[in-house]
Design a protein around this ligand. Structure first.
Ligand code: FES
Ligand code: FE
Length: 455
């Protein structure tokens, strides 16, 4: 197809470099690459929009984004979910002017066309006189091409040819079950999502949450020093890196067996973990959840998940399990808006929810100890990516860790879950999986879905 020459050249470098662990820095800053991503990645893949608990009641809505475009996620009067392009059919004006709420109708501020929460046009001023009673059914808000949910997570895609969500998630759903299906009663959002803007490329967030555990001992060293995280660095590097499905990767820090001392079940209190109704998941899944200390992962392209024991203040409070989910919302090649939600299990007591929320706010939030560490280096990744020097010097980034013959990580032969697993987290195959799929999506022709191997 008609690729911009800079995009074509950077993708060609990725295609030849990635099998050798090399990634051209330009993909983190080039504006033509970014424009191509909006169509090929965000315009085609399943994108996370909201948790079902945010639109629990009929008439509830939130406004979210696919790529840079606004969509209304609404629950109509009969309880059905809709994802509607927030643009009036008359002149394209933004119809919904609040971030969230409960309503029976959306009324366009320009001329007053009025839509119901399922998107259908119900009226317009002087409809009969001005438009001769033209067919309203042809003038509703336009829905996303496909909408689907998995364990309370609402996704949509703009591509009618995208595989069903379950197929798109592939083996990743098995791992999502460990958190989102761990208790049959499910989860709910704690508080409103935080949003904050960082001058970084969206792939830096996705890359980090695919399993960049290597940075913990340097970038987050101070967090260990104040006792905010209860597992020593070396021990925390023991665990698995998993390419769950093409594009989707995750990483577990895990106790070697269930009798090992130290936190389990992502750090949730023992009494709470014992009360979970785990009937939804298998014995293998339960055993992994039981041993797990940290779960960090990314669903391609920009939906990340993190569960781990955290404390907002190591000197006063013991760590507790927290769950954050986030999107790396693109706002140009060099900017993201980070959306950050905290989740709790519905069966948690108000005190347990409050504690998990506070521990989350103190660590993974705009003012959190971890978040402030993480975002600063990403800003300079973007600066390198858009630099003239990177272009003229053909600057390549090293993603070799854990490749065959490199380092101490080894592929696990008898892993009980889907995908490809490596033992010890000194490994970057999880990120190479992200970029292999990314490259294939950037090249994919309309209507075609790439078949990308795990390695
Ligand atoms: Fe919405 Fe005219 S643009 S009613
Ligand atoms: Fe970090």
């Amino acid at each position: 197809p008609d690729l911009h020459p800079q995009v074509d050249s950077l993708l060609a470098k990725l295609e030849t470099g990635l099998p050798n662990g090399q990634v051209p820095a330009g993909i983190f800053g080039n504006p033509h690459v970014y424009q191509h991503e909006l169509r090929q990645v965000f315009g085609r893949c399943w994108v996370f929009l909201a948790h079902e608990s945010e639109v629990a009641a009929n008439g509830d809505y939130v406004v979210r984004k696919i790529g840079e475009d606004n969509f209304i996620v609404s629950r109509d009067e009969r309880g059905a979910l809709h994802v509607l392009f927030d643009a009036c059919r008359h002149r394209g004006v933004q119809v919904c002017r609040a971030d969230s709420g409960n309503t029976s109708h959306f009324r366009c501020p320009y001329h007053g066309w009025t839509y119901s929460t399922d998107g259908s046009l119900v009226g317009a001023p002087l409809w009969r006189n001005a438009f001769g009673g033209m067919d309203k059914a042809k003038n509703g808000l336009v829905p996303a091409a496909q909408v689907s949910t998995y364990l309370g997570l609402i996704f949509a895609t703009l591509d009618p040819s995208a595989p069903p969500l379950q197929e798109y998630l592939g083996g990743m759903s098995w791992y999502l079950d460990l958190l989102f299906g761990l208790d049959a009663d499910g989860l709910e959002v704690l508080g409103a999502p935080q949003r904050f803007v960082v001058d970084a490329n969206w792939k830096s967030g996705a890359d980090n949450f695919s399993g960049d555990d290597y940075h913990l001992g340097t970038l987050h060293r101070s967090v260990w020093e104040i006792g905010a995280f209860p597992v020593p660095f070396r021990e925390n590097m023991m665990g698995y890196h998993i390419q769950a499905a093409p594009g989707h990767s995750l990483s577990f820090s895990m106790a070697p067996d269930e009798n090992e001392p130290g936190p389990k079940f992502f750090g949730f209190p023992e009494g709470l973990a014992a009360s979970f109704d785990t009937s939804r998941i298998s014995e293998h899944q339960l055993s992994i959840a039981r041993r797990s200390r940290v779960f960090v992962g990314n669903v391609f392209p920009n939906f990340s998940i993190l569960a781990l024991p955290m404390t907002e203040d190591g000197s006063h409070f013991p760590p507790t399990g927290i769950i954050t989910i986030r999107t790396w919302q693109p706002k140009g090649p060099g900017q993201i808006e980070i959306w950050n939600w905290f989740l709790g299990y519905k069966r948690m007591t108000p005190e347990q929810k409050d504690r998990a929320y506070r521990a989350g706010l103190g660590t993974f939030s705009v003012g959190g100890a971890f978040e402030m560490d993480d975002t600063e280096p990403w800003i300079t990744v973007g600066r390198t990516g858009r630099s003239v020097a990177a272009e003229l010097l053909d600057f390549q980034l090293n993603y070799e860790m854990g490749m065959p013959g490199i380092g101490i990580s080894t592929r696990v032969a008898d892993w009980p879950g889907p995908g490809v697993a490596y033992w010890t987290r000194y490994e970057e195959g999880v990120q190479r999986n992200l970029y292999r799929y990314y490259t294939a999506m950037m090249r994919a022709r309309a209507g075609e879905w790439p078949d990308v191997p795990l390695e």
